[in-house]
Design a protein around this ligand. Structure first.
Ligand code: ZN
Length: 160
């Protein structure tokens, strides 16, 4: 698939990773364990078993979800990060700084698919800033989310 360097990490920036080499299969998993681990309807994952994964800042906490699998997440902010099986590690696609290019090619665990998932693309949609009722709130909002790139200036000094 893609052969280069990819970076990413959790929402708060306590855990950052770098992947060098080819990314493997990208997929979404609908199984009940992945739903729980993601806190979401399904979990998008990409295999990094053929690449070199380095934790460049911090390290994930892990929950052993079965006798075979550990799931890594940020112990500070809770962002899901890894699926670690005996045959290799997969990373949560949305934790990458540039998830746009990591395109899922397969769905797993479809027996557990939440029934309305397939209807979500048909729901009415709106840009964030189009919500006039929230405009004054959004204008005052300051994001504490780590930026989508590696930086040594984190966390920002004014936040302490
Ligand atoms: Zn975090």
């Amino acid at each position: 698939m893609t052969d280069s360097t990819h970076t990413g990490g959790c929402q708060c920036g306590a855990v950052r990773f770098r992947v060098k080499g080819p990314l493997g299969d990208a997929s979404v998993c609908h199984c009940r364990m992945c739903q729980k681990a993601a806190g979401n309807f399904y979990l998008p994952l990409v295999s990094v078993r053929s690449a070199k994964l380095t934790w460049t800042r911090g390290a994930p906490k892990r929950f052993q979800s079965s006798n075979f699998v550990k799931r890594g997440f940020c112990g500070d902010c809770g962002t899901p990060l890894t699926f670690e099986a005996p045959d290799g590690v997969a990373l949560a696609i949305a934790a990458f700084d540039k998830p746009q290019g990591i395109v899922p090619k397969m769905q797993w665990g479809i027996e557990a698919k939440v029934p309305y998932v397939d209807h979500i693309p048909n729901l009415p949609g709106e840009d964030t800033m189009a919500d006039q009722d929230s405009a004054s709130f959004l204008a005052r909002l300051v994001s504490y989310q780590h930026p989508d790139h590696d930086t040594t200036e984190w966390p920002p000094k004014e936040r302490g």
